[in-house]
Design a protein around this ligand. Structure first.
Ligand SMILES: Nc1nc2c(c(=O)[nH]1)N[C@H]1C(S)=C(S)[C@@H](COP(=O)(O)OP(=O)(O)OC[C@H]3O[C@@H](n4cnc5c(=O)[nH]c(N)nc54)[C@H](O)[C@@H]3O)O[C@H]1N2
Ligand SMILES: Nc1nc2c(c(=O)[nH]1)N[C@H]1C(S)=C(S)[C@@H](COP(=O)(O)OP(=O)(O)OC[C@H]3O[C@@H](n4cnc5c(=O)[nH]c(N)nc54)[C@H](O)[C@@H]3O)O[C@H]1N2
Ligand code: SF4
Ligand SMILES: [Mo]
Length: 771
């Protein structure tokens, strides 16, 4: 019988536990891992396509160097790392001589299921004296983090949902049926649907697959969530729905918030949302009747208009009604290693944007490069991200990649970003190395899973830990080999002694402290079983978690050990549990140990004044761009930029533009035609498809298309819309800089003759690559 190997899916950030069968370097069968304590056997249709993650014709197998004509030539690893090191050293020296902050930008550091590279990449950033970190979180979640900082005391405080126990699930601006976003989403939605005592409300302009299982759907006008949430909050207070006992015990600032909400012109705002008062009243009835409500949100409001304000109002909704920290409500999860940090208001000197969670807005990357400001970004280092397709305003991002002094891409495939880079470094794919995800966002029990490799690294590739270690060695930053080898011996003989020994080594040497993860890889790494060297930073994480929440870690492990032995035990458990393991178990009351202020601060002045400034009249649509585009919808067969070969998609091969048939007809387009989508930034062509679930004058293009792929004839062909050619990087949130991708003003028109011919030709070539 063929053996089943444990792993996890990395096609979305839920990272369901999987078991797979192999044939050579291929994954041939996939099933849910019933022993995974979190996902318990669950998977969705995408997991079956996992073979395409690392096994396809567009893998990188050699470092590349850009030639003057824009093409790339293959070079060997030593040459690549030597040349890159020389340039990095020169930039760092120039920064120091000029007394300016490091001009190195780190972009990415992990995708949906791979965060092992991030610790090493940030080591390089720190050694370059820089803190300029950009990634996907800073184009979706930083508004949320900012609000968390104000209300809960740290931007690394992050709320979670207890969907299993809730009796009301309020879904705002997300579509868990297709995008998941919480564990075992479809199963959880079906369970609620089949229980007469439990309800779902969906707030989404579109009648989504999730709305189909809901008791109530509020199809608001795109971009009006702040008005709706303001109106709902005002009605909840008016009807006595504030949980006075909870508020008195745990929160400050209620009176200021109540005063601001009393000023909300409820009926005017509901009219602006194009909803009926009776539907909104019905939602308020359900909220007031609920014993335990959980609010679940995502891009519909985070990449919607008034993004940061939306995040604030959404949190007020569960806090004012006392739906926090009890079974079935929102809570706060622990971390093994936090995926983002807390920033204290530091700002970019170039754009003025605040660092949030340690990140600068992804939307401002190109601006940080394309300026003559003396502190501009000079080096762009991209790892495990494809900003040339995923950041707003593709043309500017590509220009920034080309015009900076040095651009380096670490990826497994020849991405659109790699195509612009000075150097491209080929990484081993996720199933060719030890890997893990830091998307451990569960509450009150939280889990962690490491995945051992299924295959050896493809020839010519290296794991990220090795790439950064070799580079820092080339830069002469690592201590002498003899010194490191003595630590290797310490780690082998008595791991617990490594901590004080490493501390002695780094003491007083900021350069070494900056690269602590690399030192751990080099010293602890060789002592780890099964070649798990790159997992070394988790050792520090395990000790950190054990020290911060010993009681909860003991509960999770069933252990009675004390710190630091508890940290060692946790690390061993994590490395040894290929199906994943709980690492912390909180009681509900212990939620307060995860909040970083004595009391939650409800009144956030910037948010209350924003609420006061909301003005429906100022938000009339632009007649030149009358449609609202969902620029980046999650569908059955898209998965960010992770699966590149067109063959993986079982549905929606062209990445269709969807809109109501009548709306398509009104612009002279029939379903099946090529339609042009025009914005003030750009124009793209897509296949039109009728979809009556959208609102009138709303259209949708999918996320996760626009990748180029070898066409088998020596050229490359682009699969589906390169969406961010038409999005603007400056149409963004004033606080977090997050884009308004879910509500982009566009014009639709029939494609021109030339555009149709080009699109037909592309379509044919894509078909040929499938054959
Ligand atoms: N299949 C699939 N699943 C994925 C991914 C993928 O690529 N493919 N990517 C993963 C990632 S990285 C993320 S961040 C998540 C995102 O997950 P979601 O946020 O759930 O996905 P989206 O489809 O981007 O948008 C969510 C919903 O917002 C709605 N919406 C649009 N405008 C508005 C508005 O103004 N107000 C409100 N309330 N709603 C609006 C849309 O109709 C849509 O249903 O998905 C993850 N899961
Ligand atoms: N218009 C619009 N734009 C969007 C969105 C939208 O809805 N609309 N959604 C945004 C969201 S929510 C997100 S999360 C981002 C995602 O955008 P990105 O942050 O760019 O991430 P991914 O698309 O996941 O790309 C992952 C990259 O990592 C590479 N990779 C995979 N495995 C490995 C590995 O082991 N090592 C290395 N080094 N590389 C690897 C893949 O080849 C791919 O190039 O897109 C954002 N962009
Ligand atoms: S829900 Fe996400 S992680 Fe789970 S199988 Fe589907 S794509 Fe993979
Ligand atoms: Mo995302």
């Amino acid at each position: 019988m063929t053996e089943w190997h444990k792993t996890a899916c990395s096609l979305c950030y839920l990272n369901c536990g999987l078991e797979v069968q192999l044939d050579g370097r291929a994954i041939t069968r996939v099933r849910g891992d019933k022993e995974n304590p979190r996902s318990a056997g669950y998977l969705c249709q995408k997991a079956q396509r996992l073979n395409w993650l690392g096994n396809h014709g567009d893998r990188l197998t050699s470092p590349l160097r850009r030639l003057p004509d824009g093409s790339h030539e293959q070079i060997d690893w030593d040459t690549a790392l030597r040349e890159i090191a020389i340039q990095l050293r020169a930039v760092r020296d120039a920064d120091t001589a000029a007394g300016r902050p490091g001009s190195f930008a780190y972009v990415g550091g992990g995708g949906q299921g791979n965060h092992s590279g991030g610790a090493y990449g940030t080591s390089l950033m720190k050694w370059m004296n820089s803190s300029r970190y950009f990634n996907a979180l800073s184009q979706e979640k930083t508004g949320d983090f900012w609000v968390n900082g104000k209300m809960f005391g740290s931007q690394a405080c992050h709320t979670a949902e207890d969907i299993e126990e809730c009796d009301l699930l309020l879904v705002i601006g997300c579509n868990p049926w297709l995008a998941h976003g919480f564990t075992n989403a479809r199963q959880a939605l079906n369970t609620i649907k089949n229980d007469p005592n439990r309800k779902v409300i969906v707030v989404d302009p579109r009648r989504t697959e999730t709305a189909d299982v809901a008791e109530l759907h509020l199809p608001l006008r795109p971009g009006t969530d702040a008005y709706l949430l303001g109106a709902i909050l005002a009605l909840v207070l008016e009807r006595g729905g504030a949980d006075r006992e909870f508020l008195a015990a745990h929160c400050d600032g209620f009176e200021e918030v109540a005063e601001a909400l009393r000023a909300v012109p409820v009926d005017e705002w509901i009219a602006h949302c194009e909803l009926s008062r009776s539907d909104v009243d019905a939602a308020v009835d359900l909220i007031l009747a609920a014993n335990a409500m959980t609010v679940r949100v995502e891009l519909g409001i985070q990449q919607g208009r008034h993004s940061t304000l939306n995040s604030y109002l959404e949190k007020l909704l569960f806090l004012l009604t006392g739906n926090f920290g009890r079974p079935g409500t929102n809570g706060m999860h622990s971390w093994l290693l936090p995926l983002w940090s807390n920033s204290n208001g530091k700002r970019s000197e170039i754009t003025g944007y605040e660092y949030i969670g340690g990140l600068l807005p992804a939307n401002t990357l190109a601006e940080e490069v394309l300026t003559d400001h003396p502190n501009r970004v000079r080096v762009v280092w991209v790892e495990s991200s494809n900003p040339a397709n995923t950041y707003a305003d593709t043309a500017s991002v590509e220009r920034a990649l080309r015009e900076c002094e040095l651009s380096v891409v670490v990826d497994v495939a020849y991405t659109e970003t790699a195509a612009q880079a000075d150097y491209v470094l080929p990484a081993a794919a996720q199933h060719e190395k030890w890997e893990f995800t830091l998307f451990s966002l569960e509450w009150p029990t939280n889990y962690f899973q490491v995945r051992p490799p299924l295959f050896t690294p493809l020839e010519g590739t290296l794991v990220e830990a090795e790439i950064y270690t070799r580079l820092l060695d080339e830069l002469g930053v690592l201590p002498p080999a003899a010194e490191l080898d003595s630590l290797v011996e310490t780690a082998r003989v008595d791991r617990a002694q490594l901590m004080p020994a490493a501390a002695r080594l780094m003491k007083g040497d900021p350069e070494l402290a900056a690269i602590a993860p690399v030192l751990l890889y080099r010293t602890l790494g060789p002592a780890l079983p099964g070649g798990a060297a790159s997992m070394a930073p988790l050792w520090a994480g395990a000790h950190r978690a054990a020290a911060q929440m010993p009681e909860q870690v003991r509960r999770a492990l069933g252990s009675s050990a004390d710190v630091p032995a508890l940290g060692e035990e946790l690390f061993d458990r994590i490395l040894g549990s290929t199906s994943g393991t709980p690492f912390s178990v909180h009681t509900y009351e212990e939620v307060w140990s995860l909040v970083r202020r004595p009391r939650i601060q409800l009144a956030v002045p910037e948010m209350l004044s924003w609420l006061g400034r909301l003005d429906p009249v100022a938000e009339a649509p632009d007649p030149r761009y009358p449609f609202s585009l969902i620029a980046g919808q999650r569908r059955s067969h898209n998965a960010n930029q992770i699966l590149r070969p067109p063959a993986w998609r079982r549905t929606d091969p062209d990445g269709a533009l969807r809109a109501r048939a009548a709306d398509l007809a009104s612009v002279g387009v029939d379903p099946g035609d090529w339609v042009a989508v025009q914005t003030s930034t750009g124009r793209i062509v897509a296949r039109a498809e009728a979809d009556e679930s959208l609102r009138p004058m709303q259209a949708a293009l999918p996320h996760g298309y626009g990748m180029s792929y070898p066409d088998g004839r020596g050229g490359r062909v682009i699969n589906g819309p390169r969406l961010n050619l038409i999005t603007s990087a400056t149409d963004r949130d004033p606080i977090a800089g997050t884009p308004h991708h879910k509500d982009i003003p566009v014009r639709l028109e029939p494609a021109t003759q030339a555009e149709r011919e080009a699109a037909d030709q592309t379509h044919t070539r894509i078909r040929e690559t499938l054959a």
